[in-house]
Design a protein around this ligand. Structure first.
Ligand SMILES: *Cc1c(COP(=O)(O)O)cnc(C)c1O
Length: 394
């Protein structure tokens, strides 16, 4: 008999009843060090007092009113996102995939508005992940996700991530935009090669395409800067954000330059829940923490320490792990053994939670609020788990 919860996930048989900072407590009382963060979503850890207070207070005032009216909390968050990014304007939704659907609509409408309605194709990359709606299944580079779900939505093509020649060759009359994750998450934790993002900017400008970044996973401080593309010293035209933005509350956002959003006007896009006062209170509280003086500099330092200490673990256990990948606190351990074995060992024997990724990579996605002591705790667990796996193999 089918479970009452539709069986769309392979779930681990643990349930949590409470969290505190980077720790989760299971119903059997066991404590776990959470280096999964709800897949890069609990950006400021569990039960952060400032976030909890903001949500409780807002829930007691007003949760939802619809976008038929002005929403001051939404205007406040939009102002702050605009002030701290390339963007001039923001649309709010409830998830990452919705932000990417919105970004695609904004890009296509831009060309329509400019008298080039044939420009609809979005050029995406191999190993990309952009979510699971019917539309974004066509942007995501994974055939298995599409199988059995009907005709593929047209208007998306793929080139090798990091390959500029392929990108140039893929551009023709119907090309509307380039869609890239500055650091790929699900696809195996692949950071864009040096110079790639800047070159994409130049190509987009040369051919009149819009450049869309998917920062659903790598944005909101995860790399040690608020937006991952800031490391490349350039900016996209449109960007999707979600995951860490609400700190665990569902919030997504489409950020766009004035030019890129020039085709949008009232009635062209919408979301009933998008940008409601409760969601906006949550995201504003997360921003309070992440934008506080010195916070991102500390993320960068702590992440560098984690990266360095993991490199040393990799050197000690070359038969188990071969490489540390990624940027900031979006790190991947490329495994020699099946990555699932390391993940299971970490969880069962060392009480540490991680997330899988493609290419036999194990992702480490701690809350951005971790301290050096948590780095040491995590590194000790990974070292011990690797030593155990090496022993088993011998
Ligand atoms: C998680 C993710 C998405 C999809 O976000 P949802 O909130 O699950 O819809 C899209 N792009 C990237 C890069 C992601 O990591």
């Amino acid at each position: 008999m089918v479970s009452s919860v539709m069986p769309t996930y392979g779930r681990i048989d643990i349930a949590f009843e409470r969290g505190e900072g980077p720790y989760l407590f299971a119903t059997d009382g066991r404590r776990y060090l959470d280096f999964a963060s709800g897949i890069a979503t609990n950006s400021i850890g569990h039960a952060h007092p400032h976030l909890v207070r903001a949500i409780c207070e807002q829930a007691g005032r007003v949760m939802h009113v619809s976008n038929l009216y002005r929403i001051p909390e939404q205007e406040k968050l939009a102002d702050r996102l605009v002030a701290s990014s390339f963007a001039d304007t923001v649309f709010f939704c409830n998830s990452g995939v919705e932000a990417l659907e919105g970004a695609t609509k904004v890009a296509r409408r831009y060309h329509f508005h400019n008298g080039e309605p044939h420009r609809t194709r979005i050029i995406c990359c191999t190993h990309s992940f952009h979510g699971r709606t019917l539309g974004m299944l066509s942007a995501t580079d994974k055939e298995a996700y599409r199988e059995g779900f009907g005709p593929r939505v047209q208007g998306f093509s793929h080139v090798a991530f990091g390959n500029l020649n392929e990108m140039r060759a893929a551009i023709s009359d119907d090309a509307a935009a380039i869609l890239v994750e500055p650091v790929q998450g699900e696809g195996g934790v692949n950071a864009a090669p040096e110079g790639y993002l800047k070159a994409l900017r130049e190509i987009a400008d040369e051919f009149g395409l819009l450049l869309i970044f998917d920062e659903v996973q790598c944005g909101m401080g995860r790399t040690g800067k608020l937006w991952a593309h800031e490391w490349a010293g350039m900016a996209p035209d449109i960007m999707a954000s979600a995951k860490g933005l609400g700190g665990g509350f569902p919030v997504g956002a489409v950020l766009a330059s004035e030019k890129a959003a020039s085709g949008m006007k009232p009635g062209l896009h919408g979301s009933t829940f998008g940008g409601n006062p409760l969601a906006m209170a949550a995201a504003n509280a997360v921003l309070d923490v992440i934008l506080a003086d010195g916070f991102l500099a500390k993320v960068e330092r702590t992440a560098a320490s984690l990266h360095g200490k993991l490199e040393a673990v990799v050197k000690r256990h070359p038969k188990v792990v071969e490489e540390v990948r990624g940027s900031g606190m979006l790190l991947g351990l490329k495994c020699v053994v099946p990555s699932g074995d390391l993940q299971t060992r970490l969880r069962e024997e060392h009480g540490m939670l991680t997330v899988g990724a493609a290419e036999n990579v194990l992702r480490l996605l701690p809350p951005l609020t971790i301290e050096e002591a948590h780095v040491d705790e995590a590194v000790k667990a990974v070292d011990a788990a690797c030593a155990g796996l090496a022993r088993d193999a011998a």
